[in-house]
Design a protein around this ligand. Structure first.
Ligand code: F6P
Length: 360
């Protein structure tokens, strides 16, 4: 293996640069490879200046940096690209052009750092002969087959710190403080941050809630003398029999954007006579420097992905299982998204320590 490409697709996550750095260093020093960075996800193969050489100089100092030096795109599905033709928007398949770009670069392996969408595309490109290797990225931690994705730990730490900060102001003002957290249809961030930040209520997409159960918890606390409460609410949480909240509807260009359930919950609490405020943590969960855990995990993933490419293990994704890096078929990783299970020990533990999921 002498020519390796790397791309980063989908929403960014802390640790992308650490993966790139480790992959470049391993590829150069162990395999004597020439490495190319593809800019802005798969789009880089279509753009004139979409490719950049990646040498030791380019990756110097990027280990602690958030974001991605390659740029990313979360609307770059090559199988369904929106373009304007004769004044009309049409969806076209540009996967063959992408394959041409890969062949032109004579890539012998392409590392794809992405979430479910980006990895699914990678698997489809493999079926057209592209030698892809996946690296699981997302703050949501919702990729199957791996215990953890890089980026999740950083988001979790930011969310936990936010809960700690909300605690002190909640206590001073005797308020119910709602923190809306990311995660799409998976509740891992809210669940784990809620546990480590001492939330009183955790609402996640996997456990639809009853408004009245949320209120019972707040009332019960007030009766026992705690006149404040902390609620960690996943953006994808929804009431039993109700729907998820969206801040923007989907259209031809954008996928639907989750958001607003925190406000809905806070308004309900206020109507019941308890003062409440909502904080939407948003993209703060994705920005900035990765934690030490994410730096180390991302570095291990980056080096392991290059070793996997060196062995010709294409159409596979590096994964963490029982604390060890291994690899699994991309198809397995993308087949079923990972979700919080009701029997997970974290859920049981949360209930044991008196946290309400609003379902009882
Ligand atoms: O998948 C990562 C994520 O941050 C989700 O938690 C969130 O719903 C979404 O991306 C936000 O996407 P965007 O950056 O397009 O607003």
């Amino acid at each position: 293996m002498k020519r390796l490409g790397i791309l980063t697709g989908g929403g960014d996550a802390p640790g992308l640069n650490a993966v790139i750095r480790a992959a470049v260093k391993t590829a150069i020093s162990v395999y004597g490879c020439e490495v190319f960075g593809i800019k802005n996800g798969y789009d880089g193969f279509l753009d004139e200046d979409g490719i950049m050489p990646l040498g030791m100089k380019e990756v110097r100092g990027i280990l602690p940096r958030g974001g991605t030096i390659l740029g990313s795109a979360n609307r770059g599905n090559p199988y369904a690209r929106k373009v304007i033709r004769d004044g009309q928007e049409v969806t076209i398949d540009v996967s063959d052009e992408i394959i041409k770009g890969i062949n032109k670069l004579k890539l012998e392996a392409l590392l794809v750092l992405g979430g479910d969408g980006t990895l699914h595309i990678a698997h489809e490109l493999w079926q057209k002969g592209v030698p892809v290797i996946g690296v699981p990225k997302t703050i949501d931690n919702d990729i199957g087959g791996t215990e953890i994705t890089f980026g999740f730990d950083t988001a979790l730490n930011i969310a936990t710190e936010a809960l700690d900060r909300l605690h002190t102001t909640a206590e001073s003002h005797h308020r119910a403080m709602v923190l809306e957290l990311m995660g799409r249809d998976a509740g891992f961030i809210a669940l784990q941050a809620g546990l480590s930040g001492g939330a009183d209520v955790i609402l996640i997409p996997e456990i639809p809630f009853k408004f009245e159960s949320v209120m019972s918890k707040i009332r019960e606390r007030a009766e026992k003398g705690s006149k404040f409460s902390i609620l960690a609410v996943s953006e994808g949480a929804k009431p039993i029999g109700g729907a998820q909240s969206f801040s923007r509807k989907g259209d031809e260009i954008y996928v639907p954007r989750l958001g607003g359930i925190g406000q809905v919950v806070a308004e309900y609490i206020e109507k019941q006579g308890f003062e409440s405020r909502v904080t939407v943590l948003g993209h703060l969960q994705r920005g900035g420097t990765p934690t030490s855990f994410d730096r180390s995990l991302a570095t291990r993933y980056g080096a392991a992905a290059v070793r996997l490419a060196g062995r010709g293990g294409f159409d596979r994704m590096v994964a963490l299982r029982c604390g060890t890096i291994t690899d699994i078929p991309l198809e397995e990783a993308t087949a079923i998204p990972k979700r919080v299970k009701l029997g997970d020990d974290a859920v049981i533990t949360a209930r044991n320590v008196g946290i309400s999921f609003g379902d009882e």
